[in-house]
Design a protein around this ligand. Sequence first.
Ligand SMILES: O=C(O)CCC(=O)C(=O)O
Length: 287
Amino acid sequence: MGIGLNEDQVAAFWRDGYVFPLRVMSDSDAGECYAQFCSMEANCGGALSGPLRYKPHLLITWLNKLIRHPRILDSVEDVIGPNILCWASSFFNKDAQDPSYVSWHQDSTYWGLSKPEEVTAWVAFTPSRSENGCMQVIPGTHTLDQVPHFDTTAEHNLLTRGQEVEVDVDESQAVDIELEAGEISLHHVRLIHGSPPNLSKQRRIGYAIRYIPTHIQQLHSNEDTATLVRGEDRFGNFIPEPTPASDMDPEALKFHAKANSVAGQVLYRGSGKKPYFAAEKEVFGGR
Ligand SMILES: O=C(O)CCC(=O)C(=O)O
């Protein structure tokens, strides 16, 4: 066991499918993350482009460090054990008065992972509250099996396929996962969750880091990639990801483009949709 969660928090995770708030960094470190995030945006000339929202830890050195943050990993270890891969990471951002939302879903639906043993650490770079569209969860739904989902074409849905559960969700049971900047929540891959639009004047910036134990396999590709962030990998089920030598390093860009293309094939299989994170000329500078 790591030293991240106490017994009550571990019990809460397995009973409810989530645990929060967990402080993993100081206010000033959280402020530094937000400042770095803003300079990434400035370099993009506005909102982060698709490729920079998915697996940006392969391109940006401070994000590569963040996925290895000891306080985050201590908490994750208490849930999935000591041998940990970071399988993916993505930004879920809502600007002030932003109609973007996340439909009710289970993460496990299209990820192609062999067992429902993934845990997400959702890191708040800004406060995330009811008024600015924080994540909401339906406690206990992680004990459900995989439930059917349908794809939507809703314009402002932040999910890859706009997927939504096909079962009734009792929204009266929803819990708001309110976090301060520098806090995280952990949630189970089967937990039904989502989030409403941001009706406030305060941005909501979150970075979701997906962790799996090393014995998990990708069922829909032999080319999926992951980063070993703690312990040892005796299984070799994923292609090891390199650490970027510098931000947007050419070798890192090449690896990231390939990794995102494989992820696109897995996550969008059968949908006929183009991944939002497919390589774009402006990010890759035509390389
Ligand atoms: O950021 C949100 O509102 C939802 C995030 C989410 O669906 C996830 O991290 O799995």
